[in-house]
Design a protein around this ligand. Structure first.
Ligand code: C2E
Ligand code: CA
Ligand code: CA
Length: 613
């Protein structure tokens, strides 16, 4: 039960002074402390006036129906009819018929009565009736006030929440740094455009803008300066675009701009305008001035190949932007499905997921090609060559198709580790009588940029008890020259385990005898292009002889690859080449030769028979 506010103002308004005084005395006896007596309508308003801003202080108005200078129904409307907190409950001391008054109050009557805001007390009334009415009205007022307060709190809370929600929505939809739309919303916008275009074909083009050499500024000057550059570039572009254009930040330094209703030529001109403005723009970092240029790719909605998905349009524009970069930067390039770079990219996009899947689903497998020791005329070891199973199980995909993709798409490291692991497992699984067999595994250049390779080889060899000398690694000359020191260190560590190394495709790069001196390899593998025509090409002969000469001096062995005829075998022997590999001895196959004792002549015969089949 709510406690009744005995200190609130109670106004007693009656023309009958005795009655007014009696009520006052009685209520004072009951503990009410602030009782005001007035004798006419204006007295009521005068008493109320100071409480205009503090209506909660006034508790109840006890008013006789015949109060001079006031119309009781008006007063009920004004004071008790209010829906909000300013409401003042009234107790009307009725002289007339109650029903008549209710009629006069009209619609208000129902509300007022239902809410109990106007209470009728027919004269004469008992003291108990009066007290009950006063307490009841005060309680109602209090309850109203409390409810209002809670509502007010709730409304404020809701309003606050709305502001927070709106802020969040903005942040989710926009990029915090530039205030541009983010990718998700941009794509949603493009969806609508594509949908609309199905019914009402219109022109449109997407520009993909990429800041040239952004990472350089980021690295040289720090991220804060990088952020400032982004903001300034956006400001320059914004000044050129109509506000209705859909403009988004799609990557750290990449932006997309959708130009509605513009054909390819308009878009090209507009892109040129952006490029030119940024070419003229100067970016200041203290005393240093940068010329921040951009490369822009354009993809139009209307080409021979329809666009079905926003990401398709974005991807085309991005590919065009890449072409602009590859062709010298600070350039505008329109997408053309026949560009070689675009084709390469499409190739990558197609193959990358297949490689990833092949790694998981065991769709990679190894072939083995024998390498012959030309002195003993026996197999020295096998080169491991990787293959991928195609969609049809009998379709085999060669490394030339997927290794370059794996290199560009950052998958090569996983591929390398897979091959190393499987080659060691293969050695470990061989029967005892084949314990002499060793394998040469090809590694990409990036294999050496990650310490996990060394760890993998080490633990794998330890776990399988495979003799480290049964494992050789081949890396190409170009791969070795990239990151020379890092690669060299890693090779030293792997050789320290007992594994061997060969420098592959030697001569195909820039024939770096200088590097060769410093390179810790055991074998030099002369590139097949110098071997295939060795008999007829004198230049090849000169080159091969000089390689052999250097190798002998450096104490390294030589391997000739692509040996395809008996004449070449003889020539190689005469030149002092140590080992040879090629179709004449055998193509890459799923298994190894059953015996190591198999002679070179048997191998050649076998290969010849296979070739004739
Ligand atoms: P590579 O290391 O120079 O391998 C020699 C390539 O020449 C192999 O092609 C082999 O099948 C082929 N070949 C062997 N003998 C002859 C011959 O007498 N005549 C002709 N015309 N070709 C011959 P493959 O297997 O297609 O491999 C191509 C390249 O793919 C390899 O060149 C190597 O760079 C790379 N690769 C192969 N397997 C792997 C691997 O497991 N990991 C990595 N990272 N690269 C690999
Ligand atoms: Ca090789
Ligand atoms: Ca090679």
């Amino acid at each position: 039960m709510m406690s009744i506010a005995k200190e609130s103002v109670i106004i007693i308004a009656a023309a009958d002074r005795d009655m007014a005084q009696n009520i006052k005395d009685y209520l004072a006896d009951c503990g009410f402390s602030d009782l005001r007596v007035v004798f006419d309508g204006s007295g009521v308003y005068e008493t109320l006036r100071p409480y205009y801003r503090r209506p909660e202080k006034v508790g109840v108005l006890v008013i006789s129906e015949d109060l001079p200078g006031c119309c009781i129904t008006d007063m009920c409307h004004t004071l008790a009819g209010d829906q909000d907190v300013h409401i003042l409950p009234m107790i009307v001391l009725g002289i007339r018929d109650k029903q008549q008054l209710v009629c006069e109050l009209g619609i208000l009557a129902e509300r007022v009565q239902a809410g109990g805001l106007v209470h009728f007390l027919e004269v004469p009334f008992s003291r108990a009736e009066l007290l009950m009415a006063v307490n009841f009205q005060l309680a109602i007022k209090q309850e109203r006030r409390l409810r209002y307060k809670n509502e007010e709190l709730l409304i404020n809370e809701l309003a606050e929440r709305k502001v927070v929600d709106a802020k969040l929505k903005y942040l989710v939809a926009h990029d915090e740094l530039t205030g541009l739309l983010n990718r998700e919303n941009f794509e949603r916008h493009l969806w609508l455009i594509l949908k609309r275009n199905k019914k009402l074909p219109k022109n449109g083009a997407l520009l993909y803008v990429d800041i040239d050499r952004f990472s350089l500024i980021n690295e040289l000057e720090g991220y804060q300066v990088g952020d400032r550059l982004i903001v300034e570039v956006v400001t320059v572009i914004r000044a050129l675009v109509n506000r209705n254009y859909c403009f988004t930040r799609i990557g750290s330094d990449e932006f997309c701009l959708y130009l509605d209703n513009q054909n390819a030529d308009d878009a090209q001109q507009f892109a040129e305008k952006i490029r030119k403005s940024l070419d003229d723009f100067r970016f200041f970092v203290e005393d240093v001035v940068y010329n921040a240029t951009v490369s822009i790719g354009i993809a139009s909605l209307h080409t021979d190949k329809a666009v079905h998905h926003p990401s398709e349009l974005i991807s085309r524009a991005r590919q065009a932007c890449r072409m602009a970069k590859e062709n010298g930067r600070n350039m505008v390039w329109a997408y053309n499905g026949r560009d070689s770079g675009v084709l390469e990219r499409q190739h990558d996009i197609y193959w990358a997921p297949l490689i990833r899947k092949a790694l998981i689903d065991a769709r990679l497998f190894l072939l083995f090609q024998p390498v012959i020791d030309l002195r003993s005329e026996r197999i020295s070891h096998y080169e491991v060559l990787l293959r991928m199973q195609g969609k049809d199980d009998d379709e085999t995909i060669g490394p030339a198709v997927f290794i370059p993709v794996a290199e560009r798409m950052g998958l090569i490291h996983s591929v390398d580790l897979w091959v190393v692991e499987n080659a060691i497992d293969y050695l470990a699984a061989l029967p005892d009588f084949m314990a002499h067999v060793s394998l040469a595994v090809n590694l990409s250049s990036v294999a050496f940029q990650d310490a996990s390779l060394l760890a993998l080889i080490k633990t794998k060899l330890e776990m399988t008890w495979v003799e480290p000398s049964r494992l050789m690694f081949e890396l190409t000359e170009t791969a070795a020259v990239d990151n020379f020191e890092q690669t060299r260190n890693m090779i030293l560590k792997i050789r320290a385990l007992g594994c061997k190394f060969a420098l592959d495709d030697f001569g195909a790069g820039f024939c770096s005898f200088n590097y060769l001196k410093r390179f810790p390899v055991d074998y030099i593998k002369i590139d097949g292009q110098f071997i295939q025509n060795l008999i007829h090409d004198e230049t090849d002969q000169v080159l091969v002889r000089s390689i052999v000469e250097v190798a002998v001096k450096l104490g390294k062995k030589t391997i000739a690859e692509f040996v395809e005829s008996p004449e070449v075998v003889e020539k190689l022997k005469e030149m002092g080449i140590d080992l040879a590999q090629g179709y004449i001895f055998g193509k890459p196959e799923k298994g190894l030769q059953a015996s190591n004792a198999i002679s070179i002549h048997q191998l050649m015969l076998k290969a010849q028979r296979n070739g004739e089949d």
